[in-house]
Ligand binder design. Sequence first.
Ligand SMILES: Cc1cc2nc3c(=O)[nH]c(=O)nc-3n(C[C@H](O)[C@H](O)[C@H](O)COP(=O)(O)OP(=O)(O)OC[C@H]3O[C@@H](n4cnc5c(N)ncnc54)[C@H](O)[C@@H]3O)c2cc1C
Length: 486
Amino acid sequence: MTVGSDHQAHDLPVIVIVGGGVSGTAVAFHLLQRRSLRVGQLFIFEPRERLGAGLAYDTQDPAHRINVPAAKMSLLPEDLEHFQRWLLAKDALADDEAAVAANGSLFPRRSVFGNYINSMIRPSIEDGRLVHIRQNVGRIERMGNRWVVTGAAGQRVDADILVIATSHPSPVPPQSLQDALAGHQRFVADPTGPDALAVIRAEDRVLVVGNGLTSADVIASLELRGHKGPVTAISRRGQRSRGHAAVKQELFGDFASQPSTTALGLLHRVRAAIRQAEGEGRSWHAVIDQVRAQGGHIWRALSVAERRRLVRHLRPFWDVHRFRIAPQVEAVSERALAAGRLEVLAASVATIGVADGVIDCTLRLSRSERSVARQYDAVVVTTGPGHRGILTSQRWIEEMSKAGHLAMDPARLGFFCDMQSRALAVDGTIVPSLFISGPLARGTFGELMGLPEVIEHAVLVADQLTVAITDHCRGQGKAYLDSSAA
Ligand SMILES: Cc1cc2nc3c(=O)[nH]c(=O)nc-3n(C[C@H](O)[C@H](O)[C@H](O)COP(=O)(O)OP(=O)(O)OC[C@H]3O[C@@H](n4cnc5c(N)ncnc54)[C@H](O)[C@@H]3O)c2cc1C
């Protein structure tokens, strides 16, 4: 079935958003907020049942909590407490007393945040202004001025404007683990799948590869499932995601006026600010939060070579300080560490093999010549989405890249795009009517992973779509403002 031609007859553009997680849904929501704009027909391709959940919030695991306080996770950037008020109005925490942290901040289950975003977009689906096509996109081709988007089940939409918001590719386990453990019943290569941890038994010895937020989620989920066996969590530096400040902190430091032009200069400046903050009785959180708030300025001041240097050397430290663990999830890891059930090592897997179902491995300890031999019953990979292979992560992305419509950004973090989030070809020319929304645009915008930045970026993309829609209508000599709208 093909759609799109009807709207062409009316000379209103057809817009397709690929991916209906928070990014894609927020773009649609903010575009549809412009009541006086005749948007045309808007489609989102998203295989999940609910729009607005995506990888992060499409989880029914009660151990999975948002890692940013609810008061900072709003769909409306001008009304930061909107989600928090929604929680209270819907009594959404009635069965979840643990959602309230010691300092009063709310950290509800992640599925509840998915419900919130979905509740905000649902009216637009019900009144037909947005069409949710529950299919994966399988193919996208450029034909004349249009994008022909074909779903895996055959639905075709001819679009005038295309937005890619597919963000997080599936995790890619390290090749050595894949080679040695493929087919092992308790090798969990992707713990984000529904009930992925169900294969792990209560007494199993578990190796968790990765030490970030997903690792903390896994440890909390295992505890909730009654797991009692020993757990080893490894990463090269042995750094664990940090928790939130005990007391709410005001932002501290200034990194935006006269921003650093080198990664090293930035590091010195951040360290100096932390020393000063701590000398005044504040915590490092206040400084890191300011770096995050001013992340766009900081990123823009760095050359491509310095951006790469920053990603290579500082990102592991940035990630564990900037992506904080929810207090309830942190408490589980702390309890397990104190009880000696959890061991966190700076190490990598040197050798691994299976004998009679038991996983034998040697862990090479970082910054040391030593190795330790261990046996496990299960291995869980928590190294996160495989962003590095983004251009080959899906066939249609690979094909668009070969056709010159998508390219890796110079910092190698996502798709190449400009400050209007318009896709750029390898040579830097603008690809007409193609926009990138969400974390895939972070090579250009800098910090663009957490929800607050993702929403701000979605508003920017909705602004740019408004420009593209008006240009499209002007080109056709048609009205783009709805005179009947208030
Ligand atoms: C596990 C996890 C937990 C997180 N928790 C938090 C948190 O608590 N607080 C916070 O601030 N940030 C959190 N984040 C950061 C997260 O990046 C943002 O909050 C936000 O969810 C990003 O949403 P997205 O829509 O850009 O990406 P995604 O959630 O990855 O959504 C992309 C969507 O695209 C769809 N898709 C992919 N391919 C296709 C295709 N071919 N056709 C159609 N659809 C397709 C997918 O099904 C998916 O639903 C978390 C991230 C992860 C991975």
